[in-house]
Design a protein around this ligand. Sequence first.
Ligand SMILES: Cc1cc2nc3c(=O)[nH]c(=O)nc-3n(C[C@H](O)[C@H](O)[C@H](O)COP(=O)(O)O)c2cc1C
Length: 356
Amino acid sequence: MPRPLDRARAFADRFGVKLPVLMAPMAGASPPALAAAVAEAGGMGACGAMPFGRDGIADWMARFRQMSAGAVQINLWVPDEVVRDPEAEAAQAAFLARFGPAPAIPQGALLPDFDMQFAALIDAKPTAASSIMGLFRPDQVAELKAAGIAWIATATSLAEGLAAQAAGADAVIAQGVEAGGHRGAFTPEAAARAQVGAFALIPALADALTVPVIAAGAIADGRSAAAALALGASAVMPGTALLRTPEAAIAPAWAEALAHANPEDTLLTRAYTGRPCRAIANRFLAQAHAGDAPPPAPYPVQRHLTDPLRQDAAAQGDTGRMYLLAGQAAAQAQALPAGQIVARLWAEAEALLGPA
Ligand SMILES: Cc1cc2nc3c(=O)[nH]c(=O)nc-3n(C[C@H](O)[C@H](O)[C@H](O)COP(=O)(O)O)c2cc1C
């Protein structure tokens, strides 16, 4: 069995990075400056491109390239089928109006066109493309291979990891249930049912797959990075740990909430978007999870229904209602430049794992 640091070095050589540290893609919180800082430190930057159209993806990459020639991935959400239920949506809208401006029932196309996003990704020529909430189609995988863009697929279970490898993924992200943000499970049902922790998921995937495994979920410093590599991962993917950096430039109230979030202070919730995501518990979530609250609409309807609430809460810096995405290790996130966090994380992991 290769030793962890040998495995990590082989990954770094294969994916064109100096350090086996990949910034987690974070839609709404992965500005080019953060990605460039990670890439300049020797890791791989990331763009959470889910909300972007063609121009948004091209602009993001142009700004990244002004700051770094390093490695970078673009991440897309594989869309769920949109399911509508007018009566349930009206009940949910009435409930949400208790917490902010009354939402309109969303109409028209609720998601950016996936094929258009994918074409923009190919044109942007990133080092890697990553998928979440499903797999790229065979024709898309063929396009990535022809363009020399590696495919990194998110998996939250052994079955999803095996399916990703069979579909041609070049590496698989083991996203543990500790992770901040949305669960990457292929279906909304699996996201709610299968909640595997990183300690079980990483070795299960590492034993079963021939492609490298990238650990995501509560990777916050050298200890968790070394543990993930010892469990069989070839690289690590911190997300929340980078959110308090000056480059991430998130809302000050969110950054402050991260600093004080104990491991037990986050929960998985469908209340903001309809897909389970991990966020810091607050007043709105307590009421949305109460027995008498109407069930949230499926993704992406719920995301649109909560737009006014999330915008109003953010404008007022009201953490009782704000969308405070965070992983279970949030309190370990440091308010330091991202390059320092990446360099320190890897130096500590290397020291713990010993000389290669
Ligand atoms: C604010 C935020 C936004 C996220 N958005 C995305 C996304 O757009 N696509 C994706 O694949 N994962 C997304 N994630 C999940 C991360 O890629 C990663 O799995 C997670 O941050 C790892 O756990 P950690 O936060 O404990 O480090 C997001 C996470 C956060 C915290």
